[in-house]
Write a protein that binds this ligand. Structure first.
Ligand SMILES: C[S@@+](CC[C@H](N)C(=O)[O-])C[C@H]1O[C@@H](n2cnc3c(N)ncnc32)[C@H](O)[C@@H]1O
Length: 246
């Protein structure tokens, strides 16, 4: 996702730091203190501006969600949009964060106070998923979502794809047995590559479509920002769901 550098991005993010998880590796043993419950954990990798995780967390609310985004200036937007959707406030007119009672927390102030109930079931983490997820315990995650990841089309770049077998093996390790991997993309080459990688992996393909919006899954589909853009341009959306059979 290309993005101009956000003014005061890191200060904006630190105002909402209650919604940020610094170390996902320890999240699983701290679900109660982070989310206020021990519901199963689901992870979205490369959440962009967070439309998907916001929608999913409401549609399937009996789970905790962690949305990972490697670009801090993108994660700021996702976190702010989520906080606004939870009625936790808005960007203040001259910078900082304004809570619904009118209090303004200026840039540089301490984190805006929030209760666990107000924060709901989504948290965000900034960083590269391969780093952030590598130390998660085995069998600790209920589902993993990857939506419209970078296709890394150049020769020699296949290992960077978030559906490369190395990533699938890591997902399999941290997912519970029977946990699901969900993947959407407009890119047919990447989709075909991903199907081949699933074939080699501990996952069993459960569902695939080359035209999600014409499929029986469309009713429950939560669109992402990229999905809306590509659909408007006439691209069909591919989706697969694979079950962890390790
Ligand atoms: C093409 S955008 C798609 C955003 C969103 N998922 C959507 O569908 O609208 C891919 C996003 O994934 C992020 N990303 C790519 N590789 C990542 C990685 N290894 N770890 C975390 N985020 C990653 C990028 O920074 C970018 O915001």
């Amino acid at each position: 996702m290309r993005m101009k550098k956000k003014r005061h991005g890191s200060e904006r993010l630190s105002l909402l730091s209650s919604l940020i998880v610094e170390n996902p590796a320890t999240l699983v043993e701290n679900l109660e203190s982070v989310y206020g419950n021990n519901k199963p954990l689901r992870i979205e990798i490369g959440c962009g501006k967070g439309d998907f995780v916001r929608g999913k967390s409401v549609q399937e609310s009996d789970y905790n969600y962690l949305a990972i985004e490697k670009i801090a200036d993108v994660c700021v937007l996702a976190t702010e949009k989520y906080a606004t959707s939870r009625s936790l406030g808005n960007l203040a007119p001259n910078g900082g964060w304004q809570t619904p009672d009118g209090t303004i927390y200026p840039l540089g102030a301490d984190s805006v106070p929030m209760t666990l109930e107000e924060m709901g079931n989504v948290r965000f983490a900034v960083g590269d998923a391969s780093e952030l997820l590598k130390d998660l315990p085995d069998n600790s995650v209920d589902a993993i979502y990857v939506n419209f990841c970078d296709p890394w089309g150049k020769k020699g770049h296949a290992k960077r794809r978030l559906t490369h077998i190395n990533f699938l093996n890591m997902y399999s390790r941290i997912l519970v047995k029977g946990g699901k991997f969900h993947f959407k993309t407009d890119n047919r080459d990447l989709f075909d590559f991903s199907l081949e990688e699933v074939e080699k992996s501990p996952f069993l393909l459960e569902y695939k479509t080359y035209d999600l919006h014409a499929s029986d899954m469309n009713d429950v589909n939560i669109q992402t920002e990229y999905e809306r853009n590509f659909t408007e341009k006439g691209f069909k959306i591919n989706m697969l769901i694979a079950k962890n059979e390790k």
